[in-house]
Design a protein around this ligand. Sequence first.
Ligand code: ADP
Length: 192
Amino acid sequence: MRLIFLGPPGAGKGTQAKLLTERYGIPQLSTGDMLRTAVAQATEVGMRAKAVMDAGQLVSDEIVNEIVSDRIDSADCARGFILDGYPRTVPQAVALDRMLEEKGLKLDAVIELKVDEAALVRRMENRVTETVAAGGTVRSDDNPEAFRRRLQEYREKTAPLSEHYARTGRLKTVDGMADVHTVTAEIEKILA
Ligand code: ADP
């Protein structure tokens, strides 16, 4: 099972990907998480990505393409994977198509979570409140300014991907405004 989740920041891609990981026993490949790990470990990639991420902008296609290509080769991806936060630009989608073809792999579905923009800002604010209440560390890009920029990047660079996948008949759309379990049930219907 090889899946891609598309949707704006805060749409619930990570939440759904985690649930499906348990259901299908395949890993969630979140480029955001991988980049945050690289930043925390102060690797070369991490040091190049930090300022860009903090400003809510996209890291270069070259960096993320390489991270994903390497990750897909790991043994735990042999039965499949869920891509969460990648591809995020049309060139990344083209690179992914090429990468999968070279590795002899095929995508099973591209699932887009549709959510109202006003709800996204509220979700980000709730995530911050919950993290603080739990004594956790708030993501350095979960502030109004960086979040606005992330939404703008999404509109300009990621939203056109729906077209890319719709053209080839691979796109499925789910209402991301429904509660978490309803969204999961809708996704499972698509994958059944
Ligand atoms: P979001 O909550 O916006 O979905 P993520 O955790 O997926 O956040 O990503 C956080 C940041 O990491 C992005 O704003 C961007 O800077 C960087 N990033 C993650 N995935 C990609 C990607 N595929 N291409 C470029 N930058 C990325």
